[in-house]
Design a binder for this molecule. Structure first.
Ligand SMILES: [Mn+2]
Length: 306
């Protein structure tokens, strides 16, 4: 074969074999319910391609997070019969990874896929909470005739019984705002609240400390890339002005992972055709950064086989 292996980061077999890898990348090329600009089905492939350009060394962590082993699975075949069936397929695939002791990182694909991954985790960790980074609340009960639309993803997560902490939100409907007010277990940090502390590092760190203090011990993290400002991340289906920057997102993720059990994560909604190549690279770097934060260099005692 010419060039590096076509897996996430282009890792050699000793760092990418399934049997020994702690993390498993699950690429899901699916976008059936996106409403504005399509193309998220190409996101996972673009992220894996861009990841070949990443440095394995993480300067912040002063180590190579890839050392824990990262396996890249074949793309999950989409089920276009219905979004509900696709969510069920993701749930099954994620469950297999969890039962094999892997940390699943789903690369979307559209945001509805999150529901399947969260359902698999929640079935194994009933006290699971979800940290959502997103421009949109995604709390609609139904959208374009289906409760499994990308615009309903977090409503389904709440229905599963997971407490939800949503950060970066700056777009929602009146119905979603009313639901959010009345529902227990939803915490929101609007993008405007983050913007107010943008140029004050101490205030920002204090905000993140407050956010993570409210998280349960076991969490799933979902990153809709439109949480970023479109100046950094134009390549999404539904870009929204007023988003977060790189340091805000990674600072929050690092704090959220510290001292907490992160059992799975996803990065969704990259539509590579809608923006410059730099977006896929930023998404790949975020995926690797998140793996570094979420998976400690040494496994915690009793981490496998629960
Ligand atoms: Mn979303």
């Amino acid at each position: 074969m010419f060039g590096p292996p076509r897996n996430f980061l282009g890792l050699p077999p000793d760092l990418s074999d399934y049997a020994t890898a702690r993390a498993a990348i699950l690429p899901v090329p699916y976008d059936a319910t996106t409403s504005y600009r399509g193309g998220a089905r190409d996101g996972a492939r673009a992220i894996v391609d861009a990841s070949l350009q990443l440095e394995l060394y993480d300067a912040d962590l002063d180590r190579e997070p890839a050392g824990v082993g990262i396996h890249t699975l074949d793309e999950l075949e989409p089920d276009y019969r219905s979004p509900e069936l696709m969510v069920a397929r993701v749930r099954e695939a994620t469950g297999t990874l969890l039962d094999d002791g892997k940390f699943p990182l789903l690369l979307g694909g559209e945001h509805s896929l999150t529901v399947g991954a969260v359902a698999a985790c929640r079935a194994r960790w009933p006290a699971l909470g979800v940290l959502q980074l997103d421009a949109h609340a995604d709390l609609r009960d139904e959208y374009h005739g289906t409760p499994y639309s990308h615009a309903c993803a977090m409503r389904r997560v709440v229905a599963l019984g997971c407490p939800l902490t949503a950060v970066g939100i700056r777009s929602l409907s009146a119905e979603e705002a009313a639901f959010r007010r009345g529902a227990a277990g939803i915490t929101t940090i609007a993008a405007a609240e983050v913007a107010r502390v943008r140029y004050n590092v101490e205030a920002r760190d204090a905000l993140w400390d407050r956010v993570v203090a409210g998280l349960p011990d076991v969490i799933y993290i979902t990153v809709d890339l439109d949480v970023f400002d479109p100046s950094l991340m134009a390549a999404t289906g539904t870009p929204e002005p007023g988003g977060l920057d790189w340091w805000e997102v990674t600072g929050l993720l690092r704090r959220a992972c510290a001292g907490r059990r992160v059992v799975g994560a996803d990065i969704v909604e990259l539509a590579p055709g809608e923006g410059p190549e730099a977006c896929a690279f930023a998404a790949a770097k975020l995926a690797y950064t998140l793996l570094g934060y979420a998976i400690p260099a040494t496994p915690p005692v009793g981490a496998t086989g629960e």
